[in-house]
Write a protein that binds this ligand. Structure first.
Ligand SMILES: [Zn+2]
Length: 395
């Protein structure tokens, strides 16, 4: 049986998805806390990244949901970074103010470890419900706990009506393969509560394509959106899109919407006119992929040959993708992470150990490669406080 040349789009339903990028045998998880043997032996899957020429959505057509594990040992939080906390607390305050949510209730779908639930409460919300199988209620701050309801489960239609002033969903939709079904379940859950505001945050694929950020492509992310494809999906699923913007140095998309009773309500925003840019981006990504990877191999290989020590900073999904693609186990000594829950564990795929910043005093790296440029200042400070001044670069 031959593989079809186009696939059906999970966002718009058109048979217009063509695969433009393939990677065989990448780790199917990058956030679980594992010891080295389990990390190296972790199951692998394929990435066949396809682009829908009808709506601009990108999807891994080879994604197998059976290989995903989201459980209490999934450790994805960025809540240990001051920069990330500043951004998220500011966003919570902004949304509460903009949509007059003080004193109201919110439901957060895919709330991870629940930091944003706390920020919403601190910003004035009376009650928040967090839904996530990886939520650890005991890690929530005790003084806020009476206003937070923790539901350690997956969100689906069995959850019932979403009775809230706001439905929040951050960094979750990109993990969902059947995106239109997911957004429709939310729309159905809201029902006729037409004043409920829906607030989404997720990575922007346009930047990934334009920068050939291969470390931002990994198995858990089976769905990739641009401003346009995200807004088109919401409109098609019964929402009026109020606002879309890029945030966090243009790494993330923020979408704000309200349920609508009119299909395709509202005029498209200027930012949504991006089909040509996306098509060009997919072409450039594939053209530059080998060259970008080769440049990193050369740089890290040269340092290793000269007897130097390199480490990466950031042991999450970007780090796993970077090291797996690099496939040079000895050229990087270890991965550094400020999240104490990840320290002492191993990088899935390659098995590199995960250390804390204090361990660098002994390791004395010559080169630190930050997995996200937005944290460079924070990392420079962490190094300086320990009397370290290695060369510091970002992917
Ligand atoms: Zn589509």
């Amino acid at each position: 049986m031959s593989t079809p040349s186009t696939h059906t789009c999970p966002a718009c339903g058109a048979g217009a998805v063509s695969v433009f990028h393939r990677q065989r045998g990448i780790p199917t998880n990058s956030c679980l806390l594992l010891d080295v043997e389990e990390a190296v032996a972790y199951p692998r899957g394929d990435m066949e990244l396809g682009f829908c020429s009808a709506c601009g959505f990108l999807t891994n057509v080879a994604f197998d949901p059976g290989l995903a594990e989201y459980s209490s040992r999934y450790e994805e939080t960025q809540g240990y970074s001051r920069k990330f906390v500043e951004f998220a607390t500011g966003l919570a305050r902004h949304w509460v103010e903009k949509y007059d949510l003080a004193g109201g209730t919110a439901i957060e779908i895919g709330c991870g470890k629940g930091e944003f639930l706390e920020y919403l409460v601190e910003a004035g919300m009376a009650r928040v419900v967090g839904i996530d199988p990886g939520l650890h209620p005991e890690r929530l701050r005790p003084e806020l706990a009476d206003r937070i309801e923790a539901r350690t489960e997956f969100y689906d239609e069995r959850f019932g009506p979403l009775e809230a002033d706001a439905v929040v969903c951050r960094h979750t939709l990109e993990h969902i393969p059947d995106v239109a079904r997911f957004v429709r379940v939310i729309r159905d859950g809201i029902g006729d509560r037409l004043d409920t505001v829906v607030l989404f945050e997720l990575p922007d694929v346009q930047r990934i394509l334009d920068e050939c950020a291969f470390w931002d492509v990994y198995y858990e992310h089976c769905s990739y959106f641009s401003a346009g494809s995200l807004a088109r999906l919401f409109r098609a699923c019964g929402f009026e899109v109020l606002h879309v913007e890029r945030a966090y140095d243009d790494q993330y998309l923020l979408l704000e919407a309200r349920p609508s009773t009119t299909p395709g309500a509202g005029e498209p925003l200027p930012l949504e006119d991006d089909l040509d840019l996306l098509a060009k981006g997919t072409q450039l990504f594939e053209e530059r992929f080998d060259r970008t990877l080769a440049a990193w191999r050369e740089r890290l290989g040269a340092l290793e040959a000269a007897g130097g020590t390199a480490v990466i900073w950031g042991s999450g999904s970007k780090g796993v993708s970077f090291l797996t693609n690099l496939a040079m186990d000895d050229a990087v000594a270890c991965a550094v992470d400020i999240n104490p829950h990840r320290q002492g564990k191993a990088m899935i795929g390659t098995g590199h150990r995960i250390v804390g910043p204090d361990d660098l005093v002994e390791i004395r790296p010559d080169l630190v490669v930050a997995m996200n440029p937005i944290y460079l200042d924070e990392i420079r400070g962490d190094l300086a406080r320990r009397g370290l001044s290695p060369e510091l670069v970002a992917v």
